[in-house]
Design a protein around this ligand. Structure first.
Ligand SMILES: *Cc1c(COP(=O)(O)O)cnc(C)c1O
Length: 467
């Protein structure tokens, strides 16, 4: 076998770089990436030569340049990219949780492409605080005295307890020691703060007396954790913050981790009651923490609202520096909170809320429109398009039992494999994230905007042509 002949046929890197098609490619793709693709392709051919597969060796040598071009284009793509969420889960943690209204981007762009008064007090000409930009508006819409914002809600819990309960006791119900996504446990975060957890009650029942009896000289606070991502049903009882208020004293604070951070009463829109931040403060919480990118509908952040004296202490905690938010977050959050000055604006402009109240008529209209176009494009008995009833979820561990009625586009194949079809959708240039249920692919249009319909159609046509 004349292996040597083949090795000699592999062009040198310099020769490849001199090819007109490769020089063209280098105008748009960084040399580092192209070189990596060239080396990988050469290595691949070398191993083919070792395996003596002549046909493959020859075709690979013939297609060398073409393969390098394709690999380079593939390598040059962004890793973090846009996808279309056809799952119907509105706050989908794996798909980026809440979306930002494009209107807000103008503000983020202005702040990030120019210098700003991030930590500069324009009036006095002296150093200012990055937290000042959010404090007033957060207090306005939540009714809290003061506020501070950190990287996320887990960081908020960490900072609060590290400030008020380091080396002291935190009383918490056993029914509230939850795990949130990614095997991330609230009690473990609490312990990281240096606080000592005093668990009270049982999984299903915790009574007022349980809290009362646990209070001693070492108690810094009672912490209530909103069990946002699960519900215990049946023989249960817990003590609401409005009752725990009676246990407060100069020494014992009342803290609530709300998780989702709802600011408006959603029952008006047909969604189950979820305690709002203002409710929690009104009912007696000294400090409330919640996420920026769950039901609030803003950027990733952890918001801490409550007593000014306590918030001031948190601002001085060295951890604050480690958990601080950057100007992107501050500008996006300020713009998000401004919507809440007018409730109807919040509902129509914050995508998360907007999707929650999206009417079933509007969803059905979208599905019908897409099916009409698909039926014109694909004239075949092998594929079937249907409208089916289903439920969307709010997600992000918010309102776990809430089922929102929705309509889905369902695709069924009479020929071809549905799993391949789904994979093609996922590998489309703008990946479509859908789900397979009983041999059909479902696309929930609650989480698909009108301006995304064409992309979905093209992806479906592409997936169909490639199975
Ligand atoms: C989601 C959640 C958290 C964590 O919030 P992140 O912003 O994801 O860090 C903490 N507590 C509760 C109750 C939650 O629901």
């Amino acid at each position: 076998m004349s292996n040597i002949k083949y090795y000699q046929m592999i062009p040198k890197v310099d020769e490849i770089l001199a090819d007109d098609r490769i020089s063209d490619l280098l105008k748009t793709i960084p040399r580092k990436i192209v070189l990596e693709a060239i080396n990988e392709e050469i290595d691949r051919i070398r191993s083919l030569i070792q395996s003596n597969d002549e046909n493959k060796i020859i075709s690979s040598l013939n297609e060398l340049i073409l393969n390098i071009i394709n690999t380079s284009i593939e390598k040059n793509k962004f890793s973090l990219k846009r996808v279309i969420n056809a799952t119907g889960v509105i706050i989908h943690t794996n798909l980026g949780r809440s979306l930002i209204n494009p209107e807000i981007i103008d503000n983020i762009m202005k702040i990030s492409t120019n210098y700003s008064n991030l930590e500069f007090d324009i009036e006095s000409g002296k150093r200012g605080s990055r937290y000042s930009h959010l404090e007033k508006i957060i207090s306005q819409v939540t009714g809290g005295e003061a506020a501070i914002v950190v990287n996320n809600n887990a960081a908020a819990v960490l900072l609060v307890l590290s400030t008020v309960a380091k080396n002291k006791n935190v009383i918490v119900s056993r029914g509230e020691l939850i795990e949130i996504g990614g095997s991330f446990r609230i009690p473990e975060v609490m312990e990281q703060s240096g606080a000592i957890l005093k668990e009270v009650g049982t999984t299903n029942k915790t009574h007022f007396e349980d809290y009362l009896n646990a209070i001693d000289d070492e108690t810094a606070c009672i912490m209530k954790v909103h069990t946002s991502n699960y519900k215990i049903l049946g023989f249960t009882s817990d003590v609401p913050i409005s009752e725990l208020k009676e246990l407060k004293s100069d020494k014992v604070l009342l803290i609530e981790d709300l998780g989702s951070g709802v600011l408006i009463d959603l029952t008006k829109y047909g969604i189950s009651y979820e305690p709002t931040v203002s409710d929690s403060i009104r009912n007696g919480a000294d400090i409330v923490t919640f996420s920026g990118d769950k039901l609030l509908g803003g950027p990733q952040a952890g918001i801490i609202v409550g007593k000014k004296e306590l918030i001031d202490k948190m601002k001085k905690n060295p951890l604050t520096r480690a958990l601080r938010v950057d100007k992107f977050t501050i500008s996006a959050l300020e713009a998000t909170f401004r919507y809440y000055l007018d409730e109807t604006k919040a509902i129509s402009n914050i995508p998360t809320l907007n999707m929650m109240v999206k009417s079933i008529e509007k969803i059905e209209e979208q599905v019908k429109r897409v099916i009409n176009i698909l039926k014109q494009e694909i004239n075949s008995e092998d594929i079937n398009f249907d409208i089916v009833d289903d439920f969307s979820e709010i997600g992000g561990g918010s309102l776990p039992l809430e089922k929102l009625n929705t309509k889905c586009l369902a695709i069924e194949l009479r020929k071809g494999n549905i799993v391949d079809f789904e994979r093609n959708l996922r590998n489309y240039e703008i990946p479509i994230i859908s789900r397979i249920f009983k041999n059909r692919i479902l696309f929930d249009f609650r989480t698909i905007r009108e301006d995304e319909e064409n992309i979905v159609i093209k992806a479906i046509l592409n997936a169909y042509e490639n199975i």
